[in-house]
Design a protein around this ligand. Structure first.
Ligand SMILES: Cc1cc2nc3c(=O)[nH]c(=O)nc-3n(C[C@H](O)[C@H](O)[C@H](O)COP(=O)(O)OP(=O)(O)OC[C@H]3O[C@@H](n4cnc5c(N)ncnc54)[C@H](O)[C@@H]3O)c2cc1C
Length: 453
């Protein structure tokens, strides 16, 4: 075969996705994909879907790249379907686009809201239980209604500055195309885009464990012999039939595990979603843990028919990278309830760092409600770039509280508003008058700290 024919054959074999080291040409772009947008949100998870909704509802031509199959991220695909906390000390402190959709999800599922006036309850009792998959569908509907271009199974391969905005090389199953945008919002959880651009990110040597969400059932806890179960559990740990982390309270009462069916009671140490390789390892480790647990539980007297009643597709990851932003929120700022000059939303949750011994939440002092400044969503030294979600610029302890879902949604809304305004004014988010950002947020139902315009 001649060399030219060989090349042709190789290219045909590679199929539609022939990766070339060069940026794809605009003429290769599938017709349904815009070539240019005002705001590009990368990551359609807890924060990103709300960022895209806010940007689009504020009038920006918006596109959302999500490498997975649905919106909602950790809330939906990760199975952490109990967002919190929207209320503090008996009063609502986070509302807006995320809250509206959570309310819709509860209503459409005939669910119930906690009694938010109760100030005597543990924080977890004030989280809202939702049907995660239904919430994903509602997010998608809202995005389509708002005119957001949704691009599943796609992610940026490279990002480079171009004029006053960005040129993004997008890749996905069977597609690769260049996309121009004025503003970028990185909502990937681990600040992937910030990392691609070589901007500063922070990461601890040991990160918090992740958790694979599942629930076992079809046994009657009341009929079980607690002493025998505990003896068998200790033996299984000692002999390696179970591993540390399979039950997040390693060595604790295994009846506690069985009582809740294991939901949110398992840890995957080193769980890391930063790259395809670490994510693969993380998911395999999570599933292996569940198989170990299921086999062990079925070997217990009275649990012979135990089954998996619920199991997610992937391990939910608590911590990878945080950005180093124009402002870094410290634990002191957080626990003292510092009101930042450029605060755009509240946050509320105990400091909540998980390790191999489990977690001991440290509640805030009565009346304290921390705030999040816009400058903590802006990577240091960047232009036309924002982040929202768990990668918010913060020290580790502050982050262990800021990372929860209601503040992630509120940050997403704030980033979406700032990006839309910056795109319209052809400027960078830092230069958008704060009063304008706050005004858009209030128009869209958000609660903004302080009384400033
Ligand atoms: C086990 C566990 C328990 C938790 N418990 C609670 C709780 O009780 N209450 C609470 O409120 N919060 C809880 N949290 C915290 C909270 O759920 C997360 O911190 C929060 O949802 C993170 O939101 P995010 O938008 O930053 O990231 P995610 O929701 O993870 O979204 C990131 C999205 O980006 C996509 N993505 C990633 N990289 C790329 C890329 N390069 N290109 C395109 N797409 C990309 C992902 O597929 C994902 O959809 C818990 C977290 C975990 C892991």
């Amino acid at each position: 075969m001649k060399r030219r024919d060989l090349l042709k054959a190789a290219s045909a074999a590679a199929g539609a996705l022939a990766i070339s080291p060069l940026m794809a040409r605009a003429s290769d772009v599938p017709a349904e994909i815009p070539q240019e947008v005002d705001v590009l949100v990368v990551g359609g998870g807890t924060a990103g879907s709300i960022a895209a909704l806010q940007a689009a509802r504020a009038g920006a031509k918006t596109m959302l790249l999500e490498m997975g199959s649905q919106l909602g991220g950790t809330t939906t695909t990760g199975g952490v379907n109990f967002p919190g906390l929207f209320h503090a000390w008996g009063k609502q402190v986070i509302a807006g686009i995320g809250w509206d959709l959570v309310e819709k999800a509860v209503e459409l599922d005939s669910g119930t809201m906690p009694d938010f006036t109760r100030t005597d309850l543990r924080h977890s009792a004030l989280q809202v239980r939702i049907n995660g998959q239904l919430y994903a569908a509602l997010l998608e509907e809202a995005c389509l209604d708002a005119g957001v271009s949704l691009a599943y199974y796609q992610f940026p391969l490279a990002v480079e500055p171009a004029g006053k905005g960005w040129k993004v090389d997008v890749v996905g199953k069977g597609v690769r195309y260049p996309l121009a945008c004025k503003q970028l919002i990185d909502c990937t959880g681990g600040a992937d885009v910030v990392g691609m651009l070589g901007l500063a990110r922070l990461r601890e040597e040991t990160i918090q464990p992740g958790t694979f969400t599942f629930r076992l059932g079809d046994y009657d806890v009341k009929q079980l012999d607690a002493q025998e179960i505990q003896r068998r559990y200790r033996k299984a740990l000692d002999e390696g039939e179970l591993e540390e982390g399979d039950y997040s309270h390693a060595g604790g009462s295994f009846m506690g595990f069985l009582g809740g069916g294991g939901k949110n009671a398992q840890h995957v140490f080193g769980a890391d979603s930063s790259t395809a390789v670490t994510k693969t390892q993380t998911n395999i480790a999570g599933r292996r843990s569940i198989l170990r647990l299921l086999r062990f539980v079925r070997s217990l007297p009275g649990c012979e028919n135990a089954r998996v009643l619920e199991m997610m597709q992937e391990t939910a990851v608590r911590e990878t990278y945080r950005i180093e932003g124009e402002t870094v929120i410290t634990c002191d700022d957080y626990t003292s309830g510092r009101l930042f000059d450029d605060a755009v939303c509240y946050a509320f949750y105990p400091v909540d760092l998980h390790d191999k011994h489990g977690v001991k939440p440290q509640p805030l002092q009565p009346g304290t409600v921390p705030t999040i400044p816009l400058s903590a969503l802006i990577p240091k030294g960047s232009r036309n770039l924002l982040v929202a979600g768990r990668c918010v610029s913060s020290d580790r302890l502050a982050n262990s509280a800021l990372r929860v879902q209601a503040p992630c949604m509120a940050m997403g809304q704030a980033a979406g508003a700032a990006a839309a305004l910056a795109a319209a004014a052809n400027t960078t988010p830092m230069k958008v008058p704060l009063a304008q950002v706050r005004s858009v947020l209030r128009e869209h139902g958000a609660i903004v700290p302080g009384n400033e315009g």
